[in-house]
Design a protein around this ligand. Sequence first.
Ligand code: LLP
Length: 425
Amino acid sequence: MSEVHHGVLGLFPDSVLVKGARLMIDGISAEDLAADFGTPLVVYCEQTLRGRARSLKAAVAGGHVAFGTKAFANVAVLRLLREEGIGVDVASVGELAFARAAGFHGEEIIVHGNNKDAALLSEAGVEGAAVVLDAPDEAGLAAAAGVRRVLVRVTLGVDADTHEAIRTGHHGSKFGLPPAQAIELVEDALARGLDVLGLHVHIGSQLADFDAQAETIARLASFAATCREVLGWTARIADLGGGFGIRHTTDEHAIDASILASSAVTTAHLAFAEAGLPGPEVWLEPGRSIVGTAGVTLYRVGAVKRLPERTWVTVDGGMSDNPRPQLYHAAYTALSAGRADEPVNERVSIAGMHCESGDVLIDDVALPAPRRGDLLAVPATGAYTLAMASNYNGVPRPAAVLVGGGVARLIRSRETIADLLRAEV
Ligand code: LLP
């Protein structure tokens, strides 16, 4: 790896390398991908997707890994994850439709939501999916909808070290129920004849380390022991949700998700044993740690403005394809994908093309002095980017391709202007 990249290549998918001036993804140059499919383009690396799925699956051994579909609902990607023996977590009828289209059914599916509608509950019932109960009256609604297998989501008062908008395990969260109400929900579900498989916790996303998860697991074991004492009911499953973080810039640190996953399993077994309970089957719901690093966004540079205050490099996308900088102050970096052999000799800001001053993708990045027509590659954009994309400013959402075995396949078409007008009446 040449000095000019400052370690940035380590943020890209496993199959990425630099050949001369060109960034290559699984043997195909980013310039060729951009020429063939247009920009902005989200490129997913099959090797990375399968590798992340496999190592997480191996880490939970006898447990279950369900991909958090919300990170990127895409039929081709879901199909590939299913081939790796991964299940799905869905949180709407729409996500369930993606999962079904990819071949998922029955026990492979976990259904979430802090306000599931009647359609979602009845589809879950038909499907035989496990439903994570999340409201005081939801056992009754689920039973009436034909649901048979449930878990109960509990909030145990742990503050995760992450952006407040994606923190969910604290008291006062809109998700789950605190222990006193969660135990009533377990009791109600049992009384209605539901098979209450176990308990669910999810404390947040892009977690900085394992500390908050370890504390949550300890509290979960003691809550499970209370359930056993009070209700005579034993949780067979501990679903620990998702949350493993990834690196988006070279300044960020992240522990490999498979290491965190096996820590979670070990910690859960120890904590349950200490609480006098049988070892639970551990379920995990990773989203970002499966698809995040696998995705790279390619943008074409347009206007470049060198002002006394800063240099703006404007790309052909922005907050409509990646709202994360604005929503969570998320930091990203970029590499000049067609000039990767040149020294990075200018510090610039990458602006989006939307009519808002806040539409800044990257505040500060060093690049070879940018010019109109350059191709920029932004790594670690596989999760919660296309999934959260909008049509702001009447901008069609980008295409996505899957690169594997030296071949690029379109896995989501670029929206057209006709698509934008289709819903108009
Ligand atoms: N399970 C549940 C119940 C969840 O709510 C989530 C994420 C996951 C699993 C997957 O979490 P992950 O492994 O991806 O961290 N839009 C935000 C992230 C929102 C996460 C919502 N729930 C972002 O762009 O950072």
